[in-house]
Design a protein around this ligand. Sequence first.
Ligand code: UDX
Ligand code: ADP
Length: 459
Amino acid sequence: MIISKITCIGAGYVGGPTMSVVAQQNPDIQITIVDVNAARIAAWNGEDLDQLPIYEPGLKEVVAEARGRNLFFSTDVDKAIDEADMIFISVNTPTKTYGKGKGQAADLKFIELCARQIASVAKTDKIVVEKSTLPVRTAEALKSILDNTGNGVNFHILSNPEFLAEGTAIQDLQNPDRVLIGGENPEAIEALVKVYEAWIPRERIITTNLWSSELSKLVANAFLAQRVSSINSISELCEVTGADVNEVAHAIGMDSRIGSKFLKASVGFGGSCFQKDILNLVYIARSYNLHAVADYWEQVILMNDHQKQRFAEKIIQTLYNTVNGKQITFLGWAFKKDTNDTRESAAIYVADYLLNEEASIVVYDPKVSAEQVYKDLDSLGTRSPEDNRRLVTVVNNPYAACRETHAIAVLTEWDEFKGYDWQKIKEDMKRPSFVFDGRKILDRQSLEALGFKYYAIGE
Ligand code: UDX
Ligand code: ADP
């Protein structure tokens, strides 16, 4: 099977960067990324590469190289399906907000819509690649829809989960630890291996059966999130015993069996994957009556919720048990640095908690818009949109954000926060001047020397 045209359905955080790099590395393959969201496609096609719909370091350079050569963005989904030899499905699979499995199972309606559309349009054989993270055995459902509603052509389903992390997506794609391809048809698998072999050594491309591939993605995210919850649980213990969580993390991380990565204590993990994938794992385990397994993984989420709440409570307690009418400045709203993605960001939940106590919050994030901040708060449904706009202000200048404020809370580990003129911030703040560092990025000694009351997770 020779692949000359690839279509990717879904131009989001996964589809956009992934297919841009595939196009960059395979100039002979024509790649079209399609999306039903016309505004998003227009932004991908925009002249100004600083206004791409996704902020990722290095992305604009890749798009500049490949766009118009062999990389195209379009809203014409049918045409792109019709032309393609291989179709990646990279649409969103949020946690269900209704019905059976509400709050836990993945909502597969977007995937199913894609499958039905592919089936109705395709007039030649296609390889269909699952790129979105999906519950185990989704490929089976996909195959059933394709085979039963299609025009009698052959579909080969492959699972090819994406392991990129936002903020480092381009380097993760250029130089991945491994690429995982699950499937049944050896020729279809080989066709996809060839696409990746353009830049990735063969020994890093693993092939497995479909179910192992689908499950491995959920398990990889569960293990990573578990490490964060584990170190966060220890951060609370450190705060009462006098140990420093960074020192503990360093000491245990030097054991090569444990390893040093993903041991950074924080206000809690966020992002579109960790919580969703663990909830999904829990849901699958429960659906097979494996309650001990489900309970075990659920604890990772419970610890994460606890960490976010604990951080908010620490702020309230330190501010003399009331934040009513007090201004609290949030530095950072994104779920991690170097992305404009805010899905499941700890900042949203910490803000919600403080707003329930009638705090007024000022937000500064280098890449997140005011519109997004309000959208995130409104989607919680805790209070009216008017109240969210009354209590929360979003500004685009960090010094203005900190002026006359009672306390600063660091929610995202953006590098620029470290380089601020903290003396100037101190002069313009209310006294005592509190800093709550949910990412442990600021320097205690110099802040204390300036007269700040400094609190950091795990110290
Ligand atoms: C994750 C997986 O890393 C990636 O392989 C998968 O494809 C998608 O999910 P992502 O969510 O983009 O990627 O970012 P990641 O770097 O994993 O961080 C997730 C969250 O954990 C962030 O909120 C981050 O701040 C937090 N985190 C991470 C910590 O709090 N401490 C750490 O040590 C590491
Ligand atoms: P992810 O982080 O998984 O990439 P995003 O929400 O960023 O998730 O991107 C998913 C994209 O998929 C969205 O831009 C959405 O408009 C698009 N999408 C969802 N369903 C369809 C569909 N049936 N056809 C085309 N695009 C779709």
